[in-house]
Write a protein of this length. Structure first.
Lengths: 239, 135
């Protein structure tokens, strides 16, 4: 059954997700951040659905396991669209929106094809090890995409504080999850002791960080990237 | 092998993103000037906050009523300050430049807290004024 920790994380996460959707609608920004709104709506629905499945089938049921891992994979893929929308915002002034759209369609097709091939090869043993590996790979694609986006932001000296914070929070989310899944793959014994707490906490961090950004950082706020980048990257930028 | 590689790369990237995210939060607060009141309460002289004042500032912030919008930031910066403290103590003898950088970052963390305290004091004052006018 769910413990107090799970309830607190789920409820807080759900509230932050709903708040973000409402906030974006009220501030008439839902079209500008369309994929982000859709992701948050989907994440909120999955949170509620997860609790429903859990109460009906129990935490150790295969039904809940499948629900958890496959909705997680779908949400991760939908986050790729959020990354693509950030790419579009960064490259907006360069007029390369068409290329970004093409790249996102290509990326989605490649991800779908890869997932299909992997699932087809593993239909006889869709085990927990398989879903952990798939989660690890999907999150790592997210890490690479976000890191490239962050590199572009630094190189192009992007100054929009809101965009910078949204991308950085996404980077923390993807890299923490990818590292956790990889550690789980390497040391399965650590899962029950502490690794199981990390994905829910990181999953809570993302909507909270984004909610903070949309609430506190105005759209026209500006920030020099040189003040933000870690020292080694700053040295590259100045050279 | 692949899992180990993904783990190492992800942890390195996580560290970089976390440092940048913390610095973006601090940079947003760095633009604010401290009020005379908060300088007096926290014992800050001439807007110059030291890294040693961090602990005291944390205690003062905890005493003030929450505004409800800065708790995530406070936690992030708390972790960042502890990370910098660890870096300062481990790199002290080996790399003085890293120690100096970590010290500057710790000062910025303390300044962030001073601004947070300032905002909470202003919030408490508004709350009190509102209550007085309601009576």
């Amino acid at each position: 059954m769910l413990g107090p920790f799970d309830y607190v994380v789920n409820v807080l996460g759900f509230l932050a997700e709903v708040y973000l959707v409402v906030r974006l609608c009220v501030s008439k920004n839902s079209l500008r951040y369309f994929s982000l709104s859709i992701y948050m709506l989907a994440a909120g629905t999955v949170t509620v659905g997860g609790i429903f499945v859990l109460r009906h089938f129990g935490i150790s049921s295969p039904m809940y396991q499948y629900f958890y891992y496959y909705t997680d994979a779908l949400l991760t893929i939908s986050l790729f669209f959020v990354i693509m929308s950030f790419y579009q915002q960064v490259f907006q002034q360069m007029g390369v929106g068409r290329y970004v759209r093409s790249a996102s369609v290509l990326l989605l097709s490649a991800t779908a094809l890869f997932s299909y091939l992997v699932v087809r090869q593993n239909t006889d043993h869709l085990t927990s090890r398989f879903v952990v590996e798939m989660g690890q790979n999907l999150y790592f694609v997210g890490v690479v995409l976000t890191y490239l986006l962050w590199g572009a932001i630094v190189k192009l000296r992007e100054t929009r504080t809101r965009l910078i914070q949204l991308v950085l929070a996404l980077g923390i989310f993807f890299s923490a999850d990818a590292a956790t899944y990889a550690m789980r793959n390497l040391f399965p014994g650590l899962q029950m002791s502490f690794l199981k707490f990390i994905p829910p906490l990181v999953g809570l961090f993302l909507p909270l960080a984004w909610a903070y950004t949309f609430t506190k950082i105005p759209e026209d706020a500006r920030l020099e990237t040189s003040r933000v980048v870690a020292p080694r990257m700053a040295a590259h930028q100045h050279s | 092998m692949i899992a180990a590689l993904i783990c190492v790369i992800s942890l390195a990237v996580l560290l970089q993103f976390f440092v940048s995210y913390s610095r973006s939060i601090i940079a947003a607060y760095r633009k604010s000037e401290l009020s005379e009141q908060v300088c007096e309460v926290a014992g800050i002289e001439g807007q110059r906050v030291t890294s040693e004042q961090f602990g005291r500032l944390v205690q003062l912030v905890r005493l003030c009523p929450q505004r409800g919008d800065d708790s995530t930031d406070l936690q992030v910066i708390g972790i960042y300050y502890r990370m910098m403290g660890l870096l300062r103590s481990t790199a002290r003898t080996l790399a003085p430049r890293i120690t100096a950088w970590a010290e500057r970052e710790s000062v910025d963390c303390a300044y962030f807290l001073a601004v947070a305290l300032d905002r909470r004091i202003a919030y408490s004052r508004d709350l009190l004024a509102q209550q007085m006018s309601d009576r």
